[in-house]
Design a protein around this ligand. Structure first.
Ligand SMILES: Cc1cc2nc3c(=O)[nH]c(=O)nc-3n(C[C@H](O)[C@H](O)[C@H](O)COP(=O)(O)O)c2cc1C
Length: 183
């Protein structure tokens, strides 16, 4: 199974990118083909209807569509900005939603967040579900939010074994769900 993973943070020391590292390891253990991309791969201007009318959808959005089309599932780890979705990610979804045929329809998503605040960025994920589900994606019901401090990560692993097991079970459930729906 081919899974696209990315962190929607551009920061070099991103905790969301660190969480993507843990998930990539779990996916490899589950024999998935992992395609992990830096969010800058989907770089694009702010949505502007005039740019769309004159030059169409930007390359970053077309690449986002192509990468989703080439995957059986997509896993995003997103920071929470001001209790919601980072504008960069929402902008990428908005541009990509302008492509015909519909880029998000029928795609399978698993959502994660990581934050140095106690809620682990969970509130932002509820906001991220809305456009994805509105655009016809299947967003896995369970999500994974991680409170991060200096002891959370041990290389590409979570120090807390219970949390690691919870994440692994979430990922196995997500992969099973894709399999079931694809049959
Ligand atoms: C503009 C902005 C708004 C933020 N708002 C929140 C917030 O609402 N909740 C939260 O938990 N953290 C918030 N943070 C802190 C981020 O969770 C923290 O910077 C985190 O490290 C970002 O993820 P990253 O390390 O993957 O870049 C905010 C950070 C920024 C820059």
């Amino acid at each position: 199974m081919k899974i696209l993973t990315f962190s929607s943070s551009l920061r070099k020391d991103s905790v969301n990118s660190a969480l993507i590292g843990v998930v990539n390891k779990i996916l490899e253990e589950q024999k998935c083909e992992v395609n992990t991309l830096h969010f800058s791969t989907f770089d694009m201007p702010l949505y502007n209807g005039d740019i769309e009318s004159s030059s169409g959808v930007p390359k970053g959005a077309l690449r986002f569509r192509d990468e989703m089309d080439n995957s059986d599932g997509i896993i995003i780890s997103s920071p929470e900005y001001n209790y919601s979705v980072p504008g960069t990610l929402k902008n990428a979804i908005d541009w990509t939603s302008r492509i015909t045929p519909k880029a998000f329809k029928g795609k399978h998503f698993f959502l994660m967040s990581a934050s140095p605040a106690l809620a682990g960025g969970a509130r932002g994920l509820w906001h991220l579900r809305v456009p994805l589900e509105g655009l016809g994606s299947f967003v896995y019901p369970e999500m994974f939010s991680l409170f991060v401090n200096e002891t959370t990560f041990n290389g590409h692993e979570l120090s807390d074994k219970t949390l690691r097991t919870n994440l692994e079970n979430n990922i196995k459930g997500f992969l099973n769900n894709i399999n079931t729906r694809c049959k």
